[in-house]
Ligand binder design. Sequence first.
Ligand code: SF4
Length: 153
Amino acid sequence: MADATFEELFPYIKSISYPNNKTKHLIGMANMLISDFQGEVPMTVQELIKLPGVGRKTANVITSVVDEQPNMAVDTHVFRVSKRLGLVDQQLTTPLAVEKELIKHIPKELVHKAHHWLILHGRYICLARNPKCGECGLREICVYYKKQVVNKG
Ligand code: SF4
């Protein structure tokens, strides 16, 4: 891939979102893997975020999924669900702040699993616009539910 041209690589990923940028990033990433990392994908967040197209969230996903490191990738679901449940301070405004607080409180050995629990809960139950509180098993402990549903209801 490091030797590929833009025109050669683009057709393989043209159906995904932002294919132009991602094609450039993939070629840049492949080149950096060879020049700086002896052709091996590094397995620390600090190294991974040096690669083109790799941000903190992606680096956290790679290290936690591939290597079960206690790193928490905070996407839109994790951000929303953590705040609604009250796992983190309601005032937090950035994914990084939420990540740091979750890491502080979730047992290390469970962090890589908790990431998936929170994403799946957000994707299927605690939906952004219409959370399915009626069928949610976490109602009893949910700060959002107590405030929004019980108090108004
Ligand atoms: S009770 Fe409602 S708001 Fe709370 S976690 Fe469950 S679905 Fe989300």
